[in-house]
Ligand binder design. Structure first.
Ligand SMILES: *[C@@H]1O[C@H](CO)[C@@H](O)[C@H](O)[C@H]1NC(C)=O
Ligand SMILES: *[C@@H]1O[C@H](CO)[C@@H](O)[C@H](O)[C@H]1NC(C)=O
Length: 990
């Protein structure tokens, strides 16, 4: 007994102590600073900061002290969470290892970090969580991470690219992985089937392809699996069947084909299923009978036919979306989810009393169905959309009593709508306002000439009626900005239905501007808004992306269409088919965005009651433009224009938006000493290049374009206007041009060290030492320049003529690419070949040289050759050794076979180079100059490889470009020929 009593006493005493300790815990914590993490980990944080581009970590403070700037406390749970939330937190765990503190989690979100995923993360052996979403990181997932014991990895909403690496499969501890909203491509490696602890796996909005590996079926702990908006192929797999813990399955526009497996998942814990936009074969309604917890169900655009099983209406569903299928049958009258979408099916009704008994919390969209009979009169409410719900010719009359106040007063010939905005007059045209708040099942029959039907809500975010109108986030500078400051959004389907029109043909103009997603170097620019537009139910714009089409944000883009009106009505429907991103820059940003609509008859002369207003405007406009013309003429006269008489280059040019300056011939002559031969610094593919000095002392290079095709003037000048806007540290900057008479001169920044070709070949260029680090820098510079041209710039151009003479070197031996955007304008007779391809032998990709098949990969090939030249310090085709190798590439391949790759390195370097780097660079060069364009990497991948962030795949020299041997057998033979003859050409005799 005594023992027990004493035990109890000490127990109670201990408990008391614990209480005291807990009561004073906060105090103790605030006074006691935890120890610093070990020196190695601090060092690793320095490296991580450099790799990420994180500049504001304060290393004078202790990262383990959560009172320091290293830690942002989470929001209290009773504070509403903003949709966008910057967070910068490092935490330590001080209980792991005898009181020693170790870095345990890193969260850096919404900071626009523009570096790469840090390799040095692997130097933090206790790190569990790495959260880097909403930044601007590029590159891919470092191999080093595979050695870590990470549990939580979120790197979504960045611009990471390349394949999903198979070595991720080694992080067996991984429980959460989100790669959402990035640029990952390629197939999902089956190795990920080893991640048996995985619970949340999110791959939405990438460019993934191929079939889902069956090995994923092993991930039996999966709770949440989202793979929407990708380019997978094949039938919707049934790997989810084994996942008995699955709660959320989201596959919207994954790329798959139907049917939906009838036993989708054995998990009875499913709370959300979202499948949409399946191609191919249709199916019946899948069996969901035991899913008693299902709260949100979407089976949209899945080609499902037959009836809706009655048990569905007994489930505790909050949201049900079965829209855009071929579902048949009656309503149950028991549709009791808060949001019900049965839009665009073949349901036949009837609509009976039940519709009047539901209260206004319930929204139901029955638009686009085949209802044959109904209650009369059909109610007209905010929460019931019956647009085009009825079959037969009586459709208009059946749209309920909503329309009865709007009979057509006359035939209309034009309608203009400022979608999402107020009414306004622009250029004498009145645009109707369209400011009604939206809703998930909303029909707005508020005017005589047009009405709208809006279906859907934005998922994964709280819905308010204001979310259906977008507001500009920056000041808009375009003309007519009233049309663009607000625009109507649609989460699924939005129809503008124009009525009372005179029959005949019409021009429909759709005005777009991307006013939400940005185009700066920020996560705000990462979103991809992709949608479809139907006019008179014909698909006119598919996978349309306003920002891509307009090249920039906040810029007006007008698309024009012809439409035929035969029954006095015209429908314009915007549809979101699940593609693009849904959470950049914040969750719920997706779906069609329309700024304004103009519909004008092609036939009737436009005389209207607004004639007076119009006339006033026209008179005003004429007077003011006359003034302007006189002014311009005066200026031009003084500048000595008007020599020719007919439409001259200057006149063409004035119409262009050249982002660079114009120079006069007089200025050019003065700068280049009247084009004295002593000023000549080179002879390019287009003509001579002169050095010149402008009056302000700027040194310039003047390129005379003698070989530009005259036919292409207009096109050429257009192109010039666009390329003058391209700026990158590895592109030669175009300052401007000079166009007078027959003279066409381009003015570039002057490059002190001439061209790479000269630096590599000229033995007299003794002052130029291309040591190994310089060669690496040059190579990386070219790669970055090309990656910009191909992948990042607004123009996306293939250079076509990458070679050592087109790579110029500035004072500090930085490489800059020249002549981009020009190669396609070279006159045919002036090319180095008899084919139509514009390029240079020895650098030209075989598929381009042979078939004129031109893609970005042609530049990648040429880059590979230039890289070989940089390594070897020799010209590819001039190289011909005693052993009889025809070109450098040939030599490199042989050296590779014999395992002596390192011998390729320029003997002038002696031993002054890093062997590992050299081998990597040679491997990259060989990979790039592979004869198969498909096997060549894209330039951003090349940059990653050169920087050692990703491994260089082993090269396989496959002479067959295409796998389909039958079809391309002949071409392969030709390729073989060029492999032997063409691509290692005879050295020029000079
Ligand atoms: C520290 O690590 C241990 C073991 O992983 C874990 O159980 C504990 O919750 C961690 N403590 C903190 C404060 O994160
Ligand atoms: C997806 O695949 C289709 C067909 O193979 C192709 O046309 C489309 O360009 C691909 N989309 C992307 C984003 O890769």
């Amino acid at each position: 007994m005594g023992r027990i009593t004493s035990f109890q006493t000490s127990y109670i005493f201990g408990f008391f102590l614990l209480l005291v300790f807990m009561a004073s815990k906060n105090k103790v914590e605030s006074q006691m600073e935890p120890p610093r993490p070990p020196h190695d980990e601090i060092q690793a944080l320095h490296e991580i900061a450099a790799e990420l581009g994180k500049k504001d970590w304060n290393f004078s403070e202790n990262p383990c002290n959560n009172k320091s700037s290293w830690y942002t406390p989470p929001l209290p749970s009773n504070v509403p969470r903003p949709r966008v939330m910057k967070n910068s937190s490092v935490t330590c765990n001080c209980t792991l290892n005898g009181g020693q503190c170790h870095i345990y989690t890193i969260r850096l979100t919404e900071q626009d970090l523009s570096g790469v995923l840090p390799r040095s993360l692997a130097k933090l052996p206790y790190l569990k969580d790495i959260v880097l979403f909403r930044n601007f990181l590029s590159g891919t997932i470092p191999r080093e991470w595979a050695t870590m014991k990470l549990e939580f990895v979120s790197i979504s909403q960045n611009r990471l690219s390349g394949p999903v690496p198979s070595y991720l499969g080694n992080i067996a501890t991984l429980r959460v992985l989100s790669l959402e909203d990035n640029l990952f491509s390629g197939t999902i490696p089956p190795e990920l089937g080893k991640l048996v602890n995985m619970e949340i796996f999110i791959l939405n909005a990438n460019y993934l392809t191929g079939e889902l590996p069956t090995a994923l079926a092993n991930l039996v702990r999966m709770k949440e699996f989202r793979i929407s908006s990708n380019n997978f192929t094949g039938k919707l797999p049934n790997i989810f069947q084994n996942w008995k813990q699955l709660q959320i399955l989201e596959i919207q526009a994954g790329g798959f084909e139907g049917p939906i497996p009838s036993n989708l998942s054995l998990s009875n814990g499913l709370v959300e299923i979202r499948i949409s936009d399946l191609h191919g074969e249709g199916s019946r309604f899948p069996n969901l009978e035991n899913k008693k917890n299902l709260s949100r169900l979407m089976l949209r655009s899945c080609n499902i036919s037959g009836p809706i099983p009655p048990y569905i209406w007994e489930m505790p569903l909050q949201t049900i979306d079965l829209s855009f299928n071929k579902l048949e049958g009656n309503f149950s009258g028991n549709e009791k989810a808060l949001l019900t979408y049965l839009t665009s099916n073949l349901l036949t009704g009837p609509i009976t009393e039940w519709i009047n008994t539901r209260d206004s919390h319930y929204q139901i969209d029955l638009s686009y169905n085949n209802i044959s009979s109904s209650l009369e009169p059909v109610p007209c409410t905010e929460h019931l959309n019956l647009f085009k719900s009825f079959s037969g010719s009586n459709n208009l009359g059946r749209q309920g009593n909503c329309l009865k106040n709007f009979p057509c007063s006359k035939d209309w010939y034009s309608v203009h709508i400022n979608c999402g905005g107020g009414s306004t007059t622009i250029g004498g045209i009145n645009y109707d306002g369209d400011e009604d708040l939206g809703g998930p099942a909303k029909y707005f029959p508020l005017r005589e000439t047009w009405e709208t039907s809006s279906t859907g809500h934005f998922w994964d975010t709280s819905v308010t009626s204001k979310d259906y109108i977008a507001q500009n986030v920056s000041i808009l500078k375009m003309n007519n900005s009233e049309l663009y400051t607000r625009a109507r959004l649609s989460p699924l389907s939005l129809t503008y239905y124009i009525r009372c029109l005179a029959n005949g043909s019409y021009t429909v103009k759709l005005h777009f501007a991307e006013i939400v997603i940005r185009d700066n170097s920020s996560f705000q620019s990462l979103g991809r808004r992709v949608f479809n537009v139907y006019i008179q139910e014909k698909l006119e714009l598919k996978d349309f992306n306003i920002k891509n089409a307009a090249k920039v944000a906040d810029t007006e883009l007008i698309r024009s269409f012809k439409a035929l009106v035969t029954d006095k009505t015209l429908s314009i429907r915007f549809h979101w088919a699940g593609k693009g991103t849904t959470s950049s820059p914040k969750r719920g940003v997706y779906g069609p965005l329309i700024s304004a609509i103009s519909v004008e008859s092609d036939s009737k002369p436009q005389v209207s009651k607004e004639w007076n207003i119009k006339m006033k405007f026209v008179v005003g406009a004429v007077v003011s433009s006359l003034c302007l013309i006189v002014l311009i003429l005066g200026i031009l006269w003084r500048r000595g224009y008007f020599g020719g008489g007919k439409m001259s280059r200057e006149q063409v040019l004035r119409g262009l938006d050249l982002q660079a300056g114009f120079f006069t011939l007089k200025q050019m002559k003065a700068a280049a000493n009247n084009f004295h031969p002593a000023n000549k610094i080179g002879e390019g593919g287009f003509g001579s290049v002169y050095k010149g000095v402008l009056l302000d002392g700027t040194i310039i290079a003047i390129k005379q374009l003698s070989t530009i095709s005259r036919q292409g003037d207009r096109e050429f000048l257009n192109e010039l206007g666009m390329i003058s806007g391209l700026q990158h540290p590895n592109l030669v900057r175009l300052y401007g041009c000079c166009i007078e008479g027959t003279n066409l001169l381009l003015v570039y920044e002057y490059m002190e060290n001439n061209s790479l070709a000269r630096a590599l070949s000229d033995p007299n260029e003794s002052q130029l030492k291309l040591d190994w680090p310089t060669r690496q820098k040059i190579c990386l510079g070219i790669a970055k320049g090309l990656a910009f041209l191909h992948e990042e710039s607004s123009l996306k151009i293939v250079h076509r003529d990458i070679k050592a003479t087109n790579v110029l070197l500035d004072r500090d031996l930085n490489a800059k690419i020249s002549d981009f955007g020009l190669a396609k304008f070279v006159e045919e007779e002036n090319t180095h070949m008899s084919t139509a391809a514009a390029g240079t032998i020895g650098y030209m990709a075989p598929e381009y040289a042979l078939w004129g098949y031109l893609t970005y990969k042609a530049d990648v090939y040429s880059f590979g050759i230039v890289t070989l030249e940089i390594i070897a310090g020799k010209n590819n085709s001039k190289h011909r050794s005693k052993e009889g190798y025809v070109c450098l590439q040939d030599l490199a391949l042989v050296l590779q076979q014999t395992g002596k790759l390192i011998e390729l390195v320029d003997s002038r370097l002696g031993t002054e180079f890093n062997e590992e780097d050299a081998i990597r660079m040679i491997k990259v060069a060989l990979l790039c100059s592979n004869s198969s364009p498909t096997l060549r990497p894209i330039m951003s991948e090349v940059v990653n490889m050169l920087e050692g962030r990703t491994l260089v795949p082993e090269v396989t020299m496959d002479p067959s470009i295409f796998r389909d041997e039958e079809r391309f057998g002949v071409l392969r033979e030709q390729l073989h020929q060029i492999h032997l003859n063409g691509f290692c050409p005879d050295a020029p005799s000079s």
